[in-house]
Design a protein around this ligand. Structure first.
Ligand SMILES: NC(=O)c1ccc[n+]([C@@H]2O[C@H](COP(=O)([O-])OP(=O)(O)OC[C@H]3O[C@@H](n4cnc5c(N)ncnc54)[C@H](OP(=O)(O)O)[C@@H]3O)[C@@H](O)[C@H]2O)c1
Length: 145
């Protein structure tokens, strides 16, 4: 099995190699939150620029994470993006449009637009039968994908 050190070194090298415009869903807790904190921590030492869009439903926890991250990485930019239910494609569209507009404003002249790092940390484990959203999709798979 590959060592945890090799994984951490590889991730750190990537984080240090370029401006990272990052979108982290489920960013208010769990894997998403820890991804943001780790990005902020590693970036502060040798990173080339960090803009994180923390997508979450719970603003209080997200703002707490952002304030901790600004202490870890004062030169980073962290923005909370309020999500509804990401199993609804209309809510996903809203979040995408919000991030697109915010990043156009935040980017420097000449910067190539784009998201360089995506963590899809939202979700839950489902052991139940299919449940449909109001949009007629399977709620679990719609949320994941
Ligand atoms: N932890 C593990 O060992 C592990 C292993 C394999 C796979 N996974 C999968 O990885 C994902 C994240 O796991 P985790 O441990 O970080 O879970 P977690 O701590 O429960 O975090 C899940 C996040 O997803 C958000 N979320 C849930 N339903 C949502 C919805 N309908 N719309 C928008 N956001 C929603 C939650 O927001 P709220 O706080 O607002 O509810 C929460 O921030 C899950 O899909 C899990 O099944 C986890």
């Amino acid at each position: 099995m590959i060592s945890i050190k090799a994984v951490k070194d590889c991730n750190a090298a990537h984080i240090k190699s370029q401006l990272l415009v990052s979108v982290i869903t489920g960013g208010a807790s769990g894997i998403g939150e820890h991804s943001i904190r780790t990005l902020a921590d590693i970036h502060d030492k040798e990173g080339k620029g960090l803009r994180i869009y923390l997508v979450g439903r719970e603003g209080v926890a997200a703002k707490h994470t952002i304030s901790d991250c600004l202490e870890l990485c004062p030169k980073g930019a962290f923005r909370f993006v309020q999500a509804g239910d990401l199993a609804f494609l209309k809510d996903v569209d809203y979040v995408c449009a919000d991030i697109t507009t915010a990043d156009e404003i935040a980017s420097s002249p000449g910067e190539r637009p784009g998201i360089y790092f995506l963590v899809m940390g939202h979700g839950y484990l489902a052991f139940e039968a299919r449940q449909e959203t109001r949009e007629g999709l399977d709620a679990f798979y719609s949320l994941l994908y």
